[in-house]
Ligand binder design. Structure first.
Ligand code: ZN
Ligand code: ZN
Length: 111
């Protein structure tokens, strides 16, 4: 074994250790991020199981089931049912105005 091949072997090992460390850290970051997102979605889903959602400003119980007008361009359908999904075009609803104070109450999550 020559001196040059011994040196390149050490560099190869150092590069492999750095790459493995990078991918291990990247994997942990991805795992923690997706676990947090999953927990947030589960909490949000549990919150939407109720028929009302509390307005964060005036604490009025905003109904989640009723008659709504879809504001998606090209749809504009008036639908009856759960607020979060238009029965005609299937688009989701991010917020609705509070009937009491007109503030935006979030009913959907950005993906
Ligand atoms: Zn309100
Ligand atoms: Zn629609």
């Amino acid at each position: 074994m020559t001196m040059a091949s011994k040196k390149s072997g050490i560099w190869w090992a150092v590069k492999m250790v750095l790459l493995l460390t990078f991918f291990a850290v990247y994997g942990v970051v991805c795992l923690v991020g997706s676990t947090i997102r999953l927990a947030r979605r589960i909490c949000w889903g549990i919150r939407l199981l109720r028929h009302t959602i509390r307005c964060p400003y005036c604490h009025f119980e905003v109904p989640l089931v009723g008659r709504y007008l879809c504001s998606t361009p090209g749809c504009g359908a008036e639908y009856q049912g759960f607020i979060q999904k238009c029965n005609i075009c299937g688009s989701g609803c991010l917020w609705t105005p509070c009937p009491r104070c007109s503030a935006a109450v979030q009913v959907g999550m950005r993906t």
